[in-house]
Write a protein that binds this ligand. Structure first.
Ligand SMILES: [Zn+2]
Length: 84
């Protein structure tokens, strides 16, 4: 029997403690297994930011850096997220 609602999984790391996180992405667009804050773009070298408008799901402004960049996602595990 095939379950059409099978969620997909992605592997991420907690940015604070380095623990491996198994994030489960559900059909509804929600996720469990970690706490996602934002994508962090680190511009490298020469270039400029061009605004591409708002991203619908997370209400984040999407920009395109015309130069080189490195992109990383900011995740925290439950332990770090719940710690003061
Ligand atoms: Zn952690």
């Amino acid at each position: 029997m095939v379950n059409p609602m099978t969620p997909s999984e992605i592997m991420r790391k907690c940015i604070l403690c380095g623990r491996n996180l198994r994030i489960v992405l559900h059909e509804s667009g929600e996720y469990t297994g970690g706490n996602f804050f934002r994508k962090v773009k680190l511009p490298v070298g020469d270039g400029e930011n061009i605004s591409l408008g708002k991203q619908k799901v997370l209400e984040m402004e999407v920009v395109e850096w015309t130069g080189d960049h490195e992109e990383m996602e900011y995740w925290e595990c439950e332990g770090c997220f719940n710690e003061e």
